[in-house]
Write a protein that binds this ligand. Structure first.
Ligand SMILES: N[C@@H](CCC(=O)N[C@@H](CS)C(=O)NCC(=O)O)C(=O)O
Length: 203
């Protein structure tokens, strides 16, 4: 049975999963969720994911929510060489630091975009002030690195990329973050990269 992804095209979190599935050439079935009309909070969807958010991935009898958890599953299962998510203690834990950042500090960027684009009643100023320090940390980290860890693209990059690349839609310009901007363009050169509305293909 094919993997099934419950997806919303404009969701940066769903895009993380689409990116990795495409980069690993894993075939999957996409179920489009009517996010604008809050289908993800309908009783049927709350049964799939009581937290009421997307993405949700089903593989046979396994059902997962949270983009970061899904990335670890897809990489472990379908990247047989462990390139995207190595099993070594140091490699895996260094990657987990960024998975946590993606769902922690960088989630403020996602919330700022929800406020700006989808008119969620969040305080945009507060979200901007809490997003900028994370972008500064990321920028400093990338000053002398091409990729977040291990000198190659891993699920750490995939987890952090979408909401950073969508920062403009969240109301934050990346022009102050030179190394982050370069990394965003570099990410687009990874074989299997796909665009999404708001994130153009590389030039
Ligand atoms: N921690 C979750 C966050 C996912 C998330 O925030 N998804 C948004 C769409 S980008 C969502 O479904 N939000 C539900 C809502 O705000 O109603 C993950 O990384 O999967």
């Amino acid at each position: 049975m094919m993997i099934r992804l419950h997806d919303f095209e404009l969701s940066g979190s769903c895009y993380k999963v689409r990116l990795l599935l495409n980069m690993l050439s894993v075939p999957y079935e996409k179920v489009s969720v009517d996010f604008v009309n809050r289908q993800h909070e309908s009783p049927a969807y709350l049964e799939l994911n009581p937290f009421g958010d997307l993405p949700i991935l089903e593989d046979g009898s396994l059902r997962l929510h949270n983009a970061q958890a899904i990335l670890t599953y897809v990489a472990r299962k379908y990247d047989v060489f462990g390139i995207w998510y190595p099993s070594s203690a140091s490699g895996a834990s260094r990657i987990h630091q960024w998975l946590a950042t993606a769902s922690g500090e960088l989630a403020n960027l996602s919330r700022a975009r929800l406020a700006k684009v989808f008119h969620y009643p969040f305080n945009l100023g507060d979200l901007h002030s809490s997003s900028r320090p994370a972008l500064r940390v990321l920028d400093a980290h990338l000053q002398n690195r091409k990729w977040l860890e291990l000198g190659r693209p891993t699920i750490a990059d995939v987890a952090c990329f979408p909401h950073v690349a969508l920062a403009n839609e969240a109301g934050i310009s990346l022009s102050d973050f030179e190394y982050v901007s370069e990394w965003v363009e570099r990410f687009k050169t990874i074989p299997g990269f796909i665009a999404m509305p708001g994130i153009a293909s590389g030039s």
